[in-house]
Design a protein around this ligand. Structure first.
Ligand code: C2E
Ligand code: CA
Ligand code: CA
Length: 730
């Protein structure tokens, strides 16, 4: 081959190679890809096509001058160039097609020059090969363009979303967060950094979980992040500068292994929600569970223990005279006391027990235990003991006691309502025993309850069916034995059970409100019956506390007076100490009104209650009835005698007459007279009887011989005493 020709070809090839190297270096140096510009792309196309051209000319040239082994080497080089370069240029189809055409032409010419028509199989092979290559270049190009477009579209939409989100981030109270595959914060935005109150650079790469307060919520979040699960509105607690904030987080995993999500500060709504939930579940005064939460927990405890529900014990506590404390010391003081009581109970239970305030002065404790009834009662006594300790409130010492009802379920599973009912019954039983008492529910209480229900039902019917009666017991003047009054005492002529005494049904009447119609009926009946009798005696009628509290009483008394024509001055009402002590304004006003109308008020059962004589001054009483307990003790108890003597003397000093109740023995009658008592009443004189039997001398049952004897003796003694006095004065 002539050296000039070879040099020329080599120089051309080197020039093009040099230019390509320069372009590649520019690509490497500049981050910006010159291929992205149209001009740069064209330049690359031209350079590639230039290389193709050098080979397209070179190969026939070498074939023309070469021979033997040289030609075999040339065939190898030519084939490599044909296919290998194509492989590199396939992403630039124009260059690839040009290369294929040019090299195919060069190879065809070379083969022709070497073997003329004898090379026809090689010529054919080159043509077929070129066609196949071109097809594959075109197919590849179409596929490449499709992927490129898809990729472009994807980045474009991603950019749009990004733009929208960043817009949203600026405006809304929410912000974006991203974590890497290991849960470390990535791409920390300014807003997120601001929310955390720390520089973005400091947060970058920190585990997200570390920024979140401990607790169950944090663990749930950690799980979700670790498992790369999408989640929505997960609530977490974050402490920022000592301030508790609540965030709601949502997130979804990304293809690149990161997770991106939104965080929203919901502290304000969360605080309101928590407060509402708190108010719904806790008592605002004591901070204890309220009735709602108590019911929920009781139901849960019973459900949890299922057939083992005997383990669930309920203590139902009620303060003994809370109303009194509230009335005398004021509501603020009462509230303080309730708070203290709640705190003491709370301190005295295990943390798994629940203390609740059910309202007013009622508390309940749920205890789950294996211990037997004895232990439960002991537990209840402990509650009473801690409440019995004096309370220091506002520098004042108060003593308050409570009553406790204890109940547990029987063997078979029971409902919360049933357990509550039992505890309530037990509490009532405890209250009935007096102050500071404990009662445990048993079947007997249930039976009593049913009995009370039955009585209530029958008593309603009894009023309608005219089964009530009034019996009268005379009261005599101890000076002359004359009957000065009749006390009206109600009876119930029960169709099956015979004549019932008031104690057998009055409590039920009192508790159910039936006492009001019953009391009205007694007033009317007593006044009507007694009005028919000649004589100047009083009619004494018992009033129960709730009757006196009822605004209705004055009307029914006025009506009964009008109907019977009875002189109000002959009517006396008997009340008990509680009515005066209760300080109920309505009740006291009613009593004053009755007095203004001319009727008198007697204090019944004196000495059984608080026995505080101070209230004798608080309310103007017309009579004191000394309770029969003292009369009973007169014979052998020195203290009873001392008490009766004290009462009569004090009453005498205040100008209030006294009546002794329950006189059964002649000695008692004598003693009472000596102690200065004014009047007496009792079986000795006469038992209470129906009106028609009053004063019937033939009625043996009512006119006991001893009684007759005693009263006659007494009258005789009195006459002789008077005679002696007269004689002395003479
Ligand atoms: P109370 O007001 O103390 O009435 C006197 C009670 O003593 C009556 O009982 C009477 O039968 C009983 N008694 C009378 N003399 C003797 C005696 O020598 N020895 C004994 N051991 N007892 C005697 P009763 O009739 O069973 O009434 C019981 C209570 O029921 C009454 O006690 C009164 O508090 C109440 N009560 C009776 N009737 C009425 C009524 O119409 N309305 C109201 N609110 N209460 C009534
Ligand atoms: Ca009475
Ligand atoms: Ca009495």
């Amino acid at each position: 081959m002539p050296p000039t020709l070879l040099t020329l070809w080599a120089l051309g090839a080197l020039l093009i190679l040099g230019m390509r190297v320069a372009v590649l270096r520019r690509i490497a140096e500049n981050e910006t890809d010159p291929l992205r510009s149209r001009r740069g792309f064209r330049l690359v196309q031209v350079l590639i096509s230039g290389s193709s051209l050098t080979w397209a000319f070179g190969i026939p040239m070498f074939a023309y001058y070469g021979s033997g082994l040289e030609l075999t080497v040339l065939a190898l080089v030519g084939t490599s160039m044909f296919v290998g370069v194509l492989l590199m240029n396939r992403a630039i189809p124009v260059a690839a097609l040009f290369h294929t055409t040019m090299l195919a032409a060069g190879l065809l010419v070379a083969a022709w020059l070497i073997a003329r028509w004898d090379a026809w199989p090689v010529l054919l092979l080159i043509l077929v090969y070129a066609a196949v290559l071109m097809r594959s270049v075109l197919a590849h190009d179409r596929a490449f363009v499709r992927t490129a477009i898809a990729e472009l579209e994807r980045t474009e939409s991603e950019a749009t979303v990004r733009m929208l989100l960043s817009e949203y981030e600026v405006q809304a109270s929410d912000w974006l967060w991203t974590v890497g595959p290991k849960g470390n914060l990535r791409e920390v935005s300014d807003r997120l950094a601001q929310a955390f109150g720390r520089p973005a650079a400091e947060l970058e790469g920190q585990p997200f979980i570390d920024q979140i307060g401990n607790g169950e919520r944090r663990d749930l979040l950690a799980d979700a992040l670790a498992q790369r699960q999408a989640f929505r509105d997960k609530l977490v607690r974050i402490e920022l500068d000592g301030e508790i904030r609540f965030w709601r987080l949502s997130a979804r995993p990304r293809i690149d292994g990161r997770m991106t999500g939104v965080a929203r500060d919901v502290t304000d709504t969360q605080i309101i929600e928590e407060r509402v939930s708190y108010m719904a579940h806790f008592d605002s005064l004591t901070g204890l569970a309220n009735r709602y939460m108590f019911n929920e927990r009781l139901r849960d405890a019973l459900a949890q223990h299922g057939s083992n529900s005997t383990r669930v014990a309920l203590f139902y506590l009620d303060l003994d005279d809370f109303k009194g404390i509230n009335d005398t010391q004021g509501h603020m003081f009462g509230d303080r006391l309730l708070r203290e009581v709640g705190a003491r109970l709370e301190q005295d239970v295990r943390c798994e027990d629940l203390v609740a305030r059910l309202g007013g002065d009622e508390f309940a404790v749920i205890v789950v235990t294996n211990s037997g009834d004895g232990m439960l009662i002991e537990r209840a006594h402990r509650f009473l003991a801690i409440l019995r300790e004096p309370f220091e409130i506002d520098g004042q010492t108060v003593i308050s006691t409570a009553s406790v009802g204890v109940a547990r379920c029987s063997k078979k599973p029971c409902e919360a309502d049933e357990l509550m009912r039992r505890a309530d019954l037990a509490l009532h039983a405890a209250k009935a025993k007096g102050r500071d008492q404990v009662a445990l529910f048993d079947r007997g209480l249930d039976r009593e309850m049913q009995e009370r229900r039955r009585i209530e039902h029958e008593l309603r019917e009894a009023i309608k069916n005219d089964e009530l009666r009034v019996h009268y017991q005379p009261v005599i003047d101890l000076d002359n034995g004359a009957t000065v009054a009749y006390e009206a005492l109600v009876r119930w002529e029960h169709p099956q059970r015979g004549m019932l005494a008031p104690l057998q049904f009055l409590t039920v009447a009192e508790n159910t409100g039936l006492i009001i119609p019953l009391g009205d009926w007694v007033i009317r009946r007593a006044l009507n019956e007694m009005a028919k009798w000649d004589g100047d005696f009083r009619v004494a009628i018992n009033l129960s506390p709730s009757q006196i509290r009822s605004a209705h009483l004055l009307n029914s008394v006025t009506d009964a007076l009008a109907e019977s024509g009875m002189d109000p001055c002959r009517v006396e009402f008997e009340i008990t100490e509680h009515v005066i002590l209760e300080h109920n304004d309505v009740a006291l006003a009613t009593l004053m009104k009755l007095r203004e109308m001319g009727m008198s008020i007697a204090l019944d059962d004196f000495g059984t209650g608080y026995s505080s004589l101070s209230y004798l001054r608080r309310f103007p009483l017309d009579r004191i009835k000394i309770d029969r307990e003292f009369v009973k003790g007169l014979g052998d108890s020195v203290s009873a005698r001392a008490i009766v003597s004290a009462i009569t003397r004090l009453a005498d000093a205040m100008g209030i007459p006294t009546t002794a109740e329950g006189v059964e023995l002649p000695d008692q009658l004598d003693l009472l007279r000596k102690l200065g008592c004014n009047e007496a009443q009792g079986y000795l004189i006469q038992e209470p009887v129906a009106a028609i039997r009053l004063g019937d001398p033939l009625d043996e049952a009512n006119r006991m011989p001893e009684l007759y004897g005693s009263v006659l003796d007494y009258r005789k003694a009195r006459q002789t005493a008077l005679a002696r006095r007269r004689k002395r004065s003479a």
